[in-house]
Design a protein around this ligand. Structure first.
Ligand code: DSN
Length: 425
């Protein structure tokens, strides 16, 4: 077969882009080489509908073992008794949880997308807002912190079957205990979507959602530094409160409903090559080096927070407990959209983001989200954060000056090339 040079040239171009750029997208990271090796392999050829030991195809004896390794390792990381490693993404994980728990039209309560929430937590343009009846809580205007009082009021008023906590653009920890208390009061279940801070939770730097939330979902490619994908977990299994029964009339356990909701409910054949890469990432998380990584992420966020504050930037909630900062640029006279589009010209990538109570549309936005997972993997430390903030500030304060952008780009490229990325390639 002739080699597809067009496509492989693009992969090479993308590698070069990643090597020379400053990657500040809070949801991105760089996997290890062995995670990528595990992803590009013969397991992509295998059909394995079902679960280890109970598949619908022959020849699954090897992928049974690799999927079981992924399950066992993630259980150890989060100290849970149930894990499903098949969801193709975080969105798929959340879709499966909702399919397992809810009937169309049931009420759910989640963090408003415009306040830092996620599309799959009830947004009108997503399945979660179309199939179910979404209600929302937000953040306190003065502090930028989760408005637990409104969350409780909304829960008591609307009696959702499912309360969702977790966010895409929230830099503080969560009070899972308080959310569970109101859920118990109204008979709701709690889902924590920890896609963003999962790596920090894995190493005990943040509150443990598995203690209070019935079900926990996550992506595997953000702070967990694995391949693109999703997982569903429970610390303790329990009989499903909807009264769904199995073939012998027995009440089904939640683990059974969740497994059925992933396959055959929302997915077909699992991506066994990606599950293999998840197993490798979980192996890495269990090594001491990953603790050093998570500790460095926290140090880098704090150093970045201090550097932004020194330059007069407004950080939503005043700072961060995790791996990201949400900046409100309204006092800097530049929109999120312009900031994103200008910074990318200097090879600095991040994303525009709405800030709570934003007066601009989601296409323009007043803010940007800045994250440290990827640059921490590259090897940047707290001493480098003032330099990073300085580059951002130079561009943001002079966004129409091509000479400034060009100068910053050159400095960024020279600097980043000192931090090797996939030197083996
Ligand atoms: N796209 C993810 C993020 O950037 O946070 C959320 O799905």
């Amino acid at each position: 077969m002739q080699r597809d040079t067009a496509l492989f040239n693009l992969i090479h171009e993308e590698l070069h882009r990643q090597r020379r750029g400053l990657e500040l997208i809070a949801s991105e990271n760089f996997t290890s080489l062995q995670v990528m090796e595990a992803m590009g392999n013969v397991m992509t050829n295998k059909y394995a509908e079902g679960y280890p030991g109970r598949r619908y195809y022959g020849g699954c004896e090897v992928v049974d073992q690799s999927e079981q390794l992924a399950i066992d390792r993630v259980k150890e990381i989060f100290n849970v008794t149930y894990a499903n490693v098949q969801p193709h993404s975080g969105a798929q994980a959340n879709a499966a949880v909702m399919l397992a728990l809810l009937q169309p039209g049931d009420t759910i309560l989640g963090l408003d997308l415009s306040m830092g929430g996620h599309l799959t937590h009830g947004s009108a343009v997503n399945f979660s807002g179309k199939l179910y009846k979404p209600t929302f809580y937000g953040v306190v205007p003065e502090t930028g912190l989760i408005d637990y009082t409104t969350l409780e009021q909304q829960a008591r008023t609307h009696k959702p079957k499912l309360i969702i906590c977790g966010a895409s653009a929230y830099s503080r920890d969560w009070d899972y205990k308080r959310i569970r208390a109101v859920a118990d009061e109204i008979g709701a279940l709690v889902l924590a979507d920890i896609s963003h801070p999962a790596g920090l939770i894995a190493k005990g730097h943040l509150n443990d959602p598995c203690e209070y939330c019935h079900i926990v979902t996550s992506t595997t490619h953000k702070t967990l530094r694995g391949p693109r994908g999703g997982i569903i977990m429970m610390r303790n299994d329990f009989e499903n409160p909807m009264g769904q029964t199995g073939p012998k009339g027995e009440i089904r356990m939640m683990s059974q409903l969740l497994d059925l909701a992933v396959f055959p409910g929302t997915q077909g054949g699992p991506l066994e090559h990606v599950i293999a890469a998840k197993a490798v990432a979980f192996f890495e998380i269990l090594q001491p080096e990953f603790r050093a990584y998570t500790e460095q992420m926290l140090k880098n966020t704090k150093a970045m927070e201090a550097a932004f504050l020194e330059k007069g930037y407004n950080i939503v909630s005043g700072g961060s407990d995790n791996h990201l900062l949400l900046l409100d640029l309204r006092n800097k006279n530049i929109s999120g959209k312009k900031a994103e589009n200008t910074l990318v010209k200097a090879d600095i990538t991040l994303n525009k983001n709405m800030v709570p109570f934003d007066d601009k549309s989601p296409f323009i936005t007043s803010g940007i989200r800045v994250g440290v997972p990827a640059i921490t993997t590259r090897g940047l430390q707290e001493v480098h954060m003032p330099l990073v903030v300085n580059w951002l500030d130079k561009v943001l304060m002079d966004p129409d000056n091509d000479a400034t952008i060009e100068k910053v780009k050159k400095e960024v490229n020279e600097f980043m090339l000192q931090f090797a990325l996939y030197p083996e390639m």
